[in-house]
Design a protein around this ligand. Structure first.
Ligand SMILES: [Cu+2]
Length: 153
């Protein structure tokens, strides 16, 4: 077998370290999240064509009650993934309670055709920290560091 040029060997060695570190980041257990069943009330105001707040953050396992109020026409919220829906008529408040038993980011969509921009009336439900995103960022940063390290030596 032909020996690889030493400079190339050097680079392979660095990428080996990168792969090891990347795997470590991926397999690293997440800090234990509180298993306490706390309750969270979140008021959401719906108006054409937005939710206020647009992003709802809750902890995994939390009992969540959304209080949806519409300030103009009838609006709804459909939570993708959880497959739950709540509809509020003008000036009214409707509540939706559920346990945030799935982690991740879920899209909120208006479930009532409310006007021209209705398809764009969306929000987000974020359950727990987005661990996968942070891991991806860490691995990408590590990759960039190895590239810089390889180029400079
Ligand atoms: Cu709508």
């Amino acid at each position: 077998m032909k020996m690889l040029p030493s400079s190339l060997m050097n680079k392979h060695w660095k990428w080996g370290i990168f792969i090891l570190l990347a795997l470590t980041i991926l397999l690293l257990p997440l800090p234990a999240q509180s298993a306490q069943a706390s309750e969270k009330y979140i008021q959401i105001q719906a108006s054409s064509y937005e939710y206020n707040p647009g992003v709802v953050r809750v902890k995994p396992g939390e009992r969540v009650t959304l209080e949806l109020t519409s300030t103009d026409v009838t609006h709804g919220i459909y939570i993708d993934g959880y497959n739950l829906e709540v509809i509020a008529e003008p000036g009214q408040t409707q509540t939706l309670s559920f346990v945030a038993d799935q982690t991740g980011t879920f899209r909120l969509r208006c479930s009532v055709t409310c006007g021209a921009l209705h398809p764009f009336m969306t929000g987000k439900l974020q359950v727990g920290t987005n661990a996968l995103l942070w891991k991806s960022i860490a691995i990408a940063a590590l990759g960039i560091a190895v590239v810089i390290w390889t180029v400079r030596t």
